[in-house]
Design a protein around this ligand. Sequence first.
Ligand SMILES: Cc1ncc(COP(=O)(O)O)c(C=O)c1O
Length: 403
Amino acid sequence: MDVFDLIRQQSEYMRDSIPLIASENVTSKFVRECYLSDFGHRYAIGEIERRIYSGCDVIDRLEEMAVRYTKELFGCECVNVKPISGTVANLSIYRALTECGDKIMALPIRCGGHFSFHDSASVRCLKTVEMPFDPSEFNIDLNRAKKRIIEEKPKLVVLGASVFLFPHPVKEIVEVAHEVNARVVYDGSHVLGLIAGKEFQDPIGEGADVVTASTHKTFPGPQRAVIMCKKELAEMVDYGVMPCLVSNHHIHSLAGYVVACIEMIEFGRDYAKQTVKNAKSLAEELYNLGYKVLCSHLGFTKSHQVVVDVGKGCEVVEKLERVNILTNPCLLPWDDDVASGVRIGVQEVTRLGMKEEEMREIARFIDTALKDKKPINEIKNEIKEFKSNFLTVKYTFEEHPAY
Ligand SMILES: Cc1ncc(COP(=O)(O)O)c(C=O)c1O
């Protein structure tokens, strides 16, 4: 069996599946074409017009475009487009804005925080103080957070999350953080595409000093990341990225990122609006079917995610995987180390053209599978049939097969 066989098998598997992993997406063929270009063979160490190797003139134009379109989409003062992943972006910020041994404050993993706020931060010997969280609102507990920031005086306050249903109180946190000379970093990895489509909060407008984000979750670009920041931090941030954390910044995927930016400028609002509508519909239908979907009193979600308390997250995820419904378990605020939640993301199925009606159908597939209402193979076949109407990438310049 050779690798091309595996590539074909993977495409077939995805073609017949319902992809609901909240951190993934499908790119357009225009983005994918970039992966095959000569850019993938090149290095461009240094900044635009100040490279170490020769032969970078065309790459300079490309990186200029990436900077220009990012500024157009997000209204940021400065941007670094070189981080090759969200984790690398966060590490670069730790390098740029902290000293070894400093404190940072961020959500714990059971409240949605990402391991790059914790395990990766330990690379710089940072101590992560827990950001207080209010489980009933599924959000930062603002009063306790303000108090803790004043008491602990962290160097950085990290907002944003991996399990992320509602906008965080950026403006209020910035006010108190600045009183103790802490910088506020907003990790928008999950919601970058919603921010670009003006369907979530605007962390830059609300005063965050830095926004880090991977570019392949709700933002339908290649797997890499961006850092946006205020002008006074740009030099430190650039050094934190290159040379500290990045050498080769994967120019072929940078080209793909530029294409994804152009797609989001053109189609991002429609895509983001439909994504949030879809998440709400899926949540509502699961709730009506008797599932403990979090935050019914708040309309379930304002993002691409739906979170369900199922008791045994891993078992439920495995059961869904058996019928080709792809999700992941997640810790919930009241868990110790056994995940009781399932996180569901609808951004990828939205990109494939699904709307509210299909969300209700997906909820019914989930219910059928979890309650063993039909044999596994029968459900799989029904899912294959259902998915066969959604094999096209939308919200791009020319719709085309996804797999
Ligand atoms: C909030 C958050 N930050 C950072 C990351 C890391 O991004 P990457 O996988 O691109 O390193 C993730 C990934 O899921 C995330 O959810």
